[in-house]
Design a protein around this ligand. Structure first.
Ligand code: BGC
Length: 368
C-alpha cells in the first residue's frame, strides 16, 4: 500500500506537469491591467459544511491555504455550514469583493449551478472542487476517481466478510447524500462489487438508504431502524464515509455487535482510523487531499491570470452533456495493516491518532 500512496504522488505530479506544460493564454480575460494583462489573482473558495466530514475544515482548508500562500495569491475561504442560502450569499459577497476565480464544493447541483452561472455572467471563472455540479458551467472539475473510491469500499467489505467466514451475509448500505453526485458515484462503485454477490446468492441485500446531507446523527437513527427492521440480522455495513460509519458503530456498540459486523468508511479521519485500530471498522479510503488542493489551486491561479491550462482528463457531465476538463486523483484503501501509511504521508499525526487507549494499538500497527 505504501507503493499505492507513492504512486498517487507520482500520478499527480504527472498531472500537474502536463497542466503546466500545456498552459496557454486564452486571451479572453480583459483583466484589470495590474498583472501583465491578467487580473490580480483573488480566489474565493466555498466549502460545504463542517459536520458531514472532518475533512473540509481539517484538511481541505489547511491545504488550500498553504497552496495559495505559497503562490502568494490573495484568497478567501468560507464555509456555508450546510446552508444553501448562506452558500449563495457567500458567493455573491466574494464576487462583489473582486474574486477573479470562485471555487465551490456544492451542496446540491441546483444551487451550485445558480452560483456558477452567476459568476460566469460576471466574468468570474469557476472550479468544481471535489463535487461535480451537474448541468453546471465550471471551467474545471478537480476530485478523485469517485467510482474507484466506491469499488475500494465494496472490495474492502468483501475482504472483511471473507476473513470472518460470513455465510450468505446480509449487507446494509448507507449511502451519502442523494444530492451529492459523488455519493451516486461511490454507490456505483460499491454496487459494482456487491450486486453480483447479491445476484449470485452469495450475499443477501439488506436495507439500502441515502442519508440526507450526509447527516451523521440521522445516519445513526436510520441504521438503528435498519437493525430493528431486520431483527438484528445485518452482517456487514457499507457506510459511505467515516462519519456515517462511526454512527453505525455507535449503534452496533449499543447492541454489543461492534467488531462482529464489519463497517466501511472514507476520508481517513482520526475517528475512522481509531475505529479501525479498535477493530470496529473494517476499512477506510484515504484520499490525499493535499494533492487535490494543490491541483485545484494551480488551476485557479492559472485562471486568475487568464490562462486556461490543459488537463489530461475530462469528465462527462451526465446532465449538461459537457466534457469538463478534470483532474482525478487515485484513492487508496486503508486497513489496520497500512494505517501507518496515512501517518507517514503526513495526513494525520501520531499525536492526534495514538491518544490514550489507542497508543498500544498504534504500536502494534507499526506507528512509531
Ligand atoms: C466527499 C467525501 C465526504 C462527503 C461528505 C463527498 O462529496 O467526496 O470525501 O466524506 O462528501 O462531506
Amino acid at each position: 500500500m505504501r507503493k499505492g500512496i507513492l504512486s498517487i504522488a507520482a500520478a499527480s505530479i504527472l498531472a500537474l506537469g502536463s497542466l503546466a506544460a500545456c498552459g496557454d493564454d486564452s486571451g479572453s480575460d480583459t483583466g484589470s491591467g495590474d498583472n501583465g494583462g491578467g487580473k490580480t489573482p483573488k480566489i474565493g473558495v466555498i466549502l460545504p459544511d463542517s459536520a458531514s466530514s472532518d475533512r473540509w475544515e481539517t484538511a481541505d482548508r489547511k491545504y488550500l491555504e498553504e497552496a495559495f500562500k505559497a503562490a502568494g495569491v490573495q484568497f478567501d475561504i468560507q464555509n456555508a455550514q450546510g446552508d444553501k442560502n448562506t452558500f449563495q450569499t457567500l458567493a455573491d459577497q466574494m464576487i462583489t469583493n473582486g474574486a477573479t476565480v470562485l471555487m465551490i464544493v456544492n451542496l446540491d447541483s441546483g444551487t451550485g449551478k445558480a452560483v456558477l452561472d452567476k459568476a460566469k455572467s460576471q466574468g468570474v471563472a469557476t472550479i468544481d472542487y471535489d463535487r461535480l455540479t451537474l448541468g453546471g458551467s465550471a471551467e474545471y472539475y478537480v476530485s478523485f476517481d469517485n467510482v474507484a473510491v466506491g469499488k475500494l469500499q465494496g472490495e474492502g467489505l468483501v475482504n472483511c466478510l471473507t476473513t470472518m467466514n460470513a455465510q450468505k451475509p446480509v449487507v446494509a448500505e448507507l449511502n451519502g447524500s442523494q444530492t451529492d453526485n459523488n455519493a451516486t458515484l461511490f454507490k456505483q462503485g460499491y454496487d459494482s462489487v456487491l450486486q453480483p454477490k447479491y445476484d449470485a446468492g452469495d450475499y443477501q441485500k439488506g436495507p439500502d438508504q441515502w442519508v440526507p446531507d450526509w447527516n451523521n446523527t440521522q445516519a445513526g437513527t436510520i441504521f438503528e431502524q435498519m437493525l430493528t427492521q431486520t431483527g438484528g440480522k445485518i452482517n456487514g455495513v457499507l457506510a459511505a464515509n467515516d462519519g456515517l460509519g462511526n454512527a453505525v458503530i455507535s449503534i452496533l456498540k449499543k447492541n454489543k455487535l461492534n467488531g462482529k459486523v464489519p463497517v466501511t468508511g472514507q476520508d481517513a479521519t482520526v475517528q475512522g482510523l481509531q475505529n479501525i485500530l479498535a477493530g470496529d471498522q473494517c476499512m477506510t479510503v484515504y484520499k490525499a487531499i493535499k494533492k487535490e488542493a494543490d491541483a485545484a489551486a494551480e488551476l485557479a491561479i492559472g485562471l486568475a491570470k487568464g490562462e486556461k491550462k490543459a488537463t489530461s482528463q475530462t469528465v462527462k457531465d451526465p446532465e449538461g452533456g459537457r466534457d469538463v476538463p478534470s483532474v482525478l486523483l487515485t484513492p487508496v484503501a486503508i486497513t489496520k495493516d497500512n494505517v501507518k501509511d496515512v501517518v507517514a504521508d503526513g495526513f494525520v499525526t501520531k499525536e492526534e491518532l495514538c491518544t490514550g487507549s489507542f497508543a498500544a494499538a498504534c504500536t502494534q500497527a507499526g506507528i512509531s
